[in-house]
Design a protein around this ligand. Sequence first.
Ligand code: NDP
Length: 789
Amino acid sequence: MASIKEIMTTMEYGPSPESREHVDAWLAARRNGFGLFINGRFSEPGALFDVFNPATGEPIARVTQGSAADVDAGVSAARKALPKWSALSGHERARHLYAMARNVQKRERFLSVLETIDNGKPLRESRDIDIPLVARHFYHHAGWASLIDSEMPDTRPVGVCAQIIPWNFPLLMLAWKIAPALAAGNTVVLKPAEYTPLTALAFAEICVEAGLPAGVVNIVTGDGATGAALAAHAGVDKVAFTGSTEVGRALRKATAGTGKKLSLELGGKSPFIVFDDADLDSAVEGVVDAIWFNQGQVCCAGSRLLVAEAVADRLYAKLKARMGKLRVGDPLDKSTDIGAIVSPAQLRRIQNLVAAGEAEGLVCWRADGSVPSRGSYYPPTLITGVEPASILAREEIFGPVLVATMFRTSDEAVQLANNTRYGLAASVWTENVNRALEVAARLKAGVVWINSTNLFDAASGFGGYRESGFGREGGREGLSEYRVADVAKGKPGKAPAALNAAPGFTPSETTTGIDRTAKLYVGGKQSRPDSGYSYAVLDPKGREIGLAGLGNRKDIRNAVEAASKATSWGAATAHNRAQVLYYVAENLYAREAEFAQRLSAMTGASARAAREEVDASIRRAFFYAGFADKFDGAVHATRTRFVTLAMNEPWGVMGIVCPDEAPLLGFVSLVMPAIAMGNAVVVAPSAAHPFSATDFYSVLDTSDVPGGVVNIVTGEANVLAKTLAEHDGVDALWYAGDKAGASQVEALSAGNLKATWTVSNGLDWSQAEGREFLRRATQVKNIWTPYGE
Ligand code: NDP
């Protein structure tokens, strides 16, 4: 008779399918097609398109293609519902969100099966990960609804939110979007992905069941054109998007200059780094979760394995053994590990990318074993020896394909990890806590998992650096995307002085004799403008009071280069930065009379008003010196046995375009918070009144501000702003000026998707200080650190 051990090793898996009876009945009752969910009820079905089960290729439902008129109806309903919804007490909103969470939970099994049939993901994942996290999101944000007034004072709801989501986590992405928006007092119109709209439609029914007021949530199904119409709708105040970087970039351009708030959660090519002291068996399980979870169709998938040369062969061997045990097949089968790819088009995309890699000479390794012949399936694949320049190391494959590269030193690992235009997530495997945290700090990624991967929780922010987008979802960080901070309003921003617009504002050649032209300030040194030209600066009566350098593209590029060499400023202790800022304030104080006189001469301000502006500037520098070591991060309460550290990190290089009004105070109000947080800045000061900034050089020189931390280029503001917006070396850009300039900055920033903050509605510069400036000067990195044996 066979022993138990023999039975355990020879036993075959039997099929273990989940029942789809309830979902089939639900779909059958709606076989004539789904309408749109607008203003609390479903419309009659319109022009319909088919939705398929990726596991079989069979059509399962017909869904309405939302037209521009439908989008309009959805936005109008959301607009109409907004005043009442935003005026509800936090507690009342909390009760609604709580009811939604309860109803999701009651239907967990139904939603899991529907999600699996619609998307192709294994039931084990929809049942154990997606849907429980959906409920968790609504519970968590029910809490926020109650707390938001006390926890986020001086903020208000944004308004009507357009939310566009992808197909890889259909209901989870819906929850990530809708829960915070509603908690924060907004109303929404959501467009689910064309491939996977069904759980969003089931969710609409949950909204009705939970008694949500009509119009607070509207679901408009359709394709990319529906999404584009929604984002472009004039009645929308905010666009929240998750999907490809390409569409994210298009949305950045489409919303430029509209005043719409924008958050983008885009693609990634996330590194999974295994050091030589890692627990390799755990790391193998980590790889399985990193790249074979959801068939690798995960924006933060650990798709690039970087492994220490010393352990690479061992890791590959273990990995191959593990791959041999992965079960690919029917997603509804409870013992399936890898389900179906969402669509034939996505399958082709994966096949084509892998073929391109093979054409480069790369060799794929796959375990023996078949994949179903019907439906869209792709086997787990490992490709080793991949050079960083290979297409497979650069492009997001969005499939179950792992590419592996070896490294020798920690520095090399970090360099390879950061060698991507993306920056969504990273995973670090080592038993050495010092190494883990050091590497985590150096990685350019919005989320870093130590000895873990693909962990999510409603209490933690999630979102990317660089071309992985901006803004966060989840936790306090995510919530602030759905609120507007009440920064003191002033008069609408004026168009910055343009060279050709002001009489006498003509370029003149810099004399080579005694040069009284204010120069540029780059890398801690004064320098002549590349053009060799300067321009006349006039007083209010049109009299020339001096010459300023006419900076151009080249000067901005030099300044960005100097700033990028000075980013070690961000690694200085916050205390050191505070000391330097105090010193700036002290030196400004020592020269108060001189700065006031200069302001009067440039702007015609009374002696008293000028003195007040200098005083306010000194106070502001003190304020940010005080804040430099107090803008703390957080430890999020996520999972047990994890410390989730939310670290406020500087962007790196920031561009700052200053307003013409308040030439000194505007400059100080923008530069001080940026450098307090550890950024190096390239500043275009007021073009009309540049001398407050050029006089500042000596203040910087005498205050121990390291060279390159503050770089100042005078000239036409919108010309300089254009170069800053286009420059890939600039990570974030603040612009204070007019609407046209703001629009230009937003549109051109789409290149590297730098975060922008434009204040064209005018600020009262005497009041323009506070946490919002620090929040905008930083991005949050969430580091998940496990503890326990
Ligand atoms: P998209 O970015 O095209 O789709 C995301 C969402 O945006 C969908 O709802 C889509 O509608 C909608 N959309 C498409 N075009 C526009 C537009 N011009 N304006 C507004 N909304 C639009 O991703 P795809 O589904 O086409 O996938 C392509 C690739 O993108 C994948 O292979 C993967 O690499 C990446 N991707 C990344 C995701 C992430 O989470 N970061 C998620 C999904 C994809 P529709 O469904 O009709 O296309």
